[in-house]
Write a protein that binds this ligand. Structure first.
Ligand SMILES: [Zn+2]
Length: 442
């Protein structure tokens, strides 16, 4: 028995050894090196022949960042890369254990480091990316974040569709979509600006054209929490009528996530920007999953907010469809900013065109869109906003549905019938379906 046991153990060991040898039989190569500097961040990119395992450690006196890369050879020289304006004074390397490489960044400043692997595609190789951030700047950013956590305003970017050379849809009497959507957008902006917990930002402020990608870029530059694109429909049949609300289609979201993933190093920024997650490890699958998660969370928020907006629009306009529709509109494709495209009505329908051109109706429409998004945020206040810290003092809205009674509504929101009647200037307890009530703070 003893003999057979040892033999089988020997066989297992041999198999294991062959397995390990096969793993180490091929070694990866570092083929080139690039260094870029923007603001307080330095990015070092190593082009690889294949994906590698690596680890980072900081050493002090003098300050160094050490990157150990397993089973790899260096097939390039590091001396020719310019390190001007970076916190790195020199990049050098040595071979360890005969097959691993240890790369050392000699540092002139205190930095923090993050690293990740990017898989290659048709146009690019596998890459090892090291991001260094100056520590002093880091601290001010942390302070900024702490400040943000108490009383940040919610920023709503309002995009009036079309403009300039692109008039959009047209209606009777040379009425142009680009004109009325700008007027409505300006009214929505004003409503958000009047609320101390919000800041409205107009993407287009006059009669000029902006490319679709530029529109979402303007929203991002303004740190927008939400993106509203305002439009009016046109249709050959003048009888077509009604308002609609669109979010991005799931397919559109998936293809846009894919576009981001393909488009290289940016996806790390996307994840970094959208959450506090640190992706210090090499698990590229994880970051793929995270981009997907960010994207589907964005879509979820868009659909949720869209339902609030649509419900409120239903109190002033006829609706084209009773639920939020989904389409792959380009302006809706921000992976990290919830976005809605709102068709305020059919400008090609003479009756709706007349309404959409009137100041009074535009104001009602703007108010409904504002009320919808406001109500969404009151129900789902983002952490770190002044809205969240003042949530108990805020007025809410309730749209009366079939079967609602005032006492039930009062109970639901923790207030009294008398307070609701007073806030809404109502003299009788009779309410009607579709009526919008302001609900006092509980
Ligand atoms: Zn349009």
């Amino acid at each position: 028995m003893q003999y057979f046991f040892s033999l089988s153990l020997f066989r297992t060991m041999t198999a294991l050894l062959f397995y390990l040898l096969s793993i180490y039989a091929t070694s990866a190569e570092i083929n080139s090196l690039r260094v870029s500097q923007s603001g307080d961040r330095t990015r070092v990119v190593f082009d690889l022949s294949e994906v590698v395992r690596h680890s980072l450690i900081f050493l002090e006196k003098p300050d160094r960042l050490v990157i150990d890369v397993a089973n790899t050879t260096v097939e390039t020289t590091f001396d020719r890369t310019s390190l001007i304006k970076t916190p790195i004074s020199k990049i050098r390397y040595g071979v360890r254990s005969g097959r691993d490489v240890r790369i050392v960044f000699d540092l002139t400043d205190k930095v923090t480091a993050k690293s990740f692997i990017l898989n290659g595609n048709l146009d690019s190789k596998d890459r090892l990316v090291i991001d260094l951030t100056l520590e002093s700047k880091n601290i001010s950013k942390t302070v900024e974040k702490i400040l943000e956590r108490t009383d940040r305003k919610i920023i709503v970017a309002i995009d009036a569709g079309h403009g300039g050379k692109d008039p959009g849809a047209s209606g009777p009497n040379r009425l142009r979509e680009k004109k009325i959507v700008l007027q409505i957008a300006q009214k929505i902006e004003k409503l958000f600006d009047q609320n101390p917990h919000f800041d409205g930002v107009l993407v287009r402020t006059g009669d000029y054209y902006i490319d679709h990608r530029k529109r979402t870029a303007i929203a991002r530059d303004n740190n927008a929490d939400f993106f509203l694109s305002i439009h009016a429909d046109g249709f050959p049949d003048p009888r077509a009528y009604g308002a609609s609300v669109y979010a991005l289609s799931t397919q559109g979201a998936t293809s846009e996530a894919a576009r981001y993933l393909e488009s290289s190093e940016n996806r790390y920024d996307l994840i970094g920007g959208a959450s506090d997650l640190n992706i210090d490890n090499q698990d590229v699958m994880l970051s793929d999953v995270l981009v997907d998660l960010v994207m589907s969370a964005t879509l979820r928020s868009s659909l949720d907010a869209g339902a609030y907006v649509l419900k409120n629009m239903g109190t002033v306009a006829r609706l084209h469809k009773k639920k939020v529709e989904q389409a792959a509109f380009l302006v809706l494709k921000s992976p990290d900013i919830p976005s809605l495209l709102i068709e305020t009505g059919f400008i090609s329908n003479p009756k709706e065109a007349k309404l959409l051109d009137s100041d009074r109706y535009q104001q009602k429409m703007a108010q409904a869109i504002y009320d919808g998004l406001y109500s969404y945020y009151v129900d789902w206040p983002p952490v770190g906003t002044s809205l969240a810290s003042n949530i108990d003092d805020l007025v809410r809205f309730h749209t009366v549905s079939r079967g609602d009674t005032l006492s039930e509504i009062a109970l639901k929101y923790g207030t009294s019938v008398t307070k609701i009647l007073r806030l809404n200037n109502l003299s009788s307890k009779v309410i009607r379906i579709g009526q919008k009530l302001s609900i006092p703070p509980s």
